[in-house]
Design a protein around this ligand. Structure first.
Ligand SMILES: [Zn+2]
Length: 486
């Protein structure tokens, strides 16, 4: 059989290959790689690079320069390497390039006593495999590696050029990813990024998400007396906790659901008709959502459509922490010396976290007259939002590929969460699409994380499909003759 036909005929991942997927995933799960504490990161990167080599994928560890290491303000530990992988298509050398973005780091295992097994056991029970990282993100990663290995083992080639960027700091907010993208821009050059994860809903439909919100993390501290004082002095000394409560009430109108900072929404663009239609078509299970979070009403009694819209495209202002005074058992009558709030603002495309921070600062200093001496406002971190346009040529390709494997597809404008998608657009000028095999009950970041083997199987088949379709479309784009028809 000719190689072209073989590439075309190779359509499904079989049970033997599934066994090797499980054993390789176990190898990865059994190597702890916790970015919060730096435990086992480089070891995991080396292990992963070797697994990739065994699969026939050229792999190497890439590092930043010593100067970046010195500027690594977020951690005293060494910046972990990225694992870079590449397979060049022999038969289709001028094809465009598909880049898989994943991460090999995991969340800490605490509270350890809540785990039924060793968090790094990789234990298989029926259709489930347990362990930290089994879903987020080692399970997702293995499906992409196995899809590429599938072509290499069956045909000795891949239908299109493929790259991997697997980082070790995703779970701590990817603080060095932009540096890596800039330093290795030419090696990471690609035409489409397949994002590190994606959801499958309870009806086994693939949720294909095209965007991620941005974020601005801030900390506001109000200062009062030079030390915690006797609370009888509350008639004489202003309490910074009251002042903080007052300040917070100026930021957000909980009834109207709007952020009150001047100019906050200036760059927010309305949705196009196509985008509105997509939003309207997206299913949203109101009752299941309410049950999951134990609530009976949505904020401001909004309806399901409004909530669906807010999750995808509305900026938010959230108090994530509020501390002042005595908060332990019993009574302690003090007037605290300071009060602090941590706030995260989710952002939508075109909002720049630094500009939003300057607006917040100006609003508090000028409009609300809080002086520098009494209130400090800190920028902790920020990341812009990005949404891949729905008419990007690869969206249909991914939708069609997933439709063949899953019980349908739901296209989502943007997830409500945040990730470094903007950095890929800004530095590599490439769009991203999120698709994967994770389900909401997989307990990511929680004790007893697991993943479903049948979905990993489907996920692998889905990536096999995506690779073939990508090869086909990009062969057309580069003016080469098509080497197979799907
Ligand atoms: Zn995670």
């Amino acid at each position: 059989m000719k190689l072209l036909d073989k590439l075309f005929m190779s359509t499904s991942f079989n049970d033997d290959q599934m066994d090797s997927l499980v054993s390789d995933l176990q190898i990865l799960i059994r190597q702890p790689s916790i970015s919060a504490t730096s435990e086992g990161l480089e070891q995991c990167a080396i292990l992963l690079a070797n697994l990739m080599k065994n699969a026939g994928i050229h792999s190497e560890l890439l590092y930043l320069d010593a100067v970046d290491q010195l500027e690594n303000v977020n951690s005293h530990n060494k910046i972990p390497p990225i694992v870079f992988g590449e397979v060049k298509s022999k038969i289709n050398p001028h094809s465009e390039t598909l880049l898989f973005y994943n991460h090999y780091d995991v969340q800490p295992v605490d509270p350890i006593e809540k785990w039924n097994e060793d968090p790094f056991s990789g234990k298989v029970e029926g259709n489930l495999i347990y362990g930290r990282g089994s879903a987020d993100d080692k399970g997702e990663l293995i499906t992409r590696l196995k899809a590429v290995e599938f072509f290499l083992k069956n045909t000795g080639d891949v239908p299109c050029n493929i790259k991997f960027l697997i980082e070790g700091e995703e779970e701590i907010g990817s603080p060095n990813l932009s540096r890596y993208l800039k330093k290795y821009k030419h090696r990471l050059n690609s035409d489409l990024v397949i994002w590190e994860s994606g959801y499958v809903d309870k009806d086994e439909r693939a949720i294909i998400s095209l965007g991620q919100k941005g974020i601005l993390n801030t900390e506001i501290t109000v200062y009062g007396p030079s030390r915690d004082t006797h609370s009888s002095l509350a008639v004489a000394i202003e309490n910074p906790a009251w002042k903080l409560v007052n300040l917070l009430s100026y930021l957000y109108d909980p009834v109207g659901g709007k952020i009150l900072v001047d100019g906050w929404y200036d760059e927010v663009k309305p949705l196009s008709d196509k985008e509105l239609q997509l939003l309207a078509d997206e299913p949203f299970n109101e009752e299941a959502f309410k049950k999951e979070y134990g609530v009976t009403n949505f904020i401001n009694n909004q309806n399901a459509y409004e909530i669906k819209k807010a999750l995808a495209i509305e900026p938010s202002c959230n108090i994530s922490g509020l501390t002042s005074g005595y908060t332990r058992k019993g009574v302690k009558t003090i007037l605290p010396s300071s009060a602090t709030a941590k706030l995260d603002f989710r952002l939508v495309p075109n909002m720049d976290p630094r500009i939003q921070f300057e607006r917040l600062l100006k609003y508090l200093r000028t409009t609300r007259c809080f002086s520098e001496n009494e209130v400090s406002v800190k920028y902790l971190s920020g990341e812009p939002a990005y949404r891949t346009p729905i008419d990007n040529q690869y969206v249909k390709l991914v939708v069609d590929s997933a439709s063949k494997i899953f019980n349908g597809v739901v296209l989502n404008l943007s997830s409500a969460g945040t990730g470094p998608m903007y950095a890929f657009k800004e530095i590599l000028n490439v769009d991203s699409i999120c698709i994967g095999s994770t389900t909401l009950p997989n307990k990511m970041h929680s004790p007893n994380e697991y993943t479903n083997l049948d979905l990993l199987h489907k996920g692998t088949n889905c990536f096999i499909e995506i690779i073939k379709n990508f090869a086909n479309i990009t062969t057309r784009n580069t003016g080469q003759s098509r080497y197979y028809n799907l």
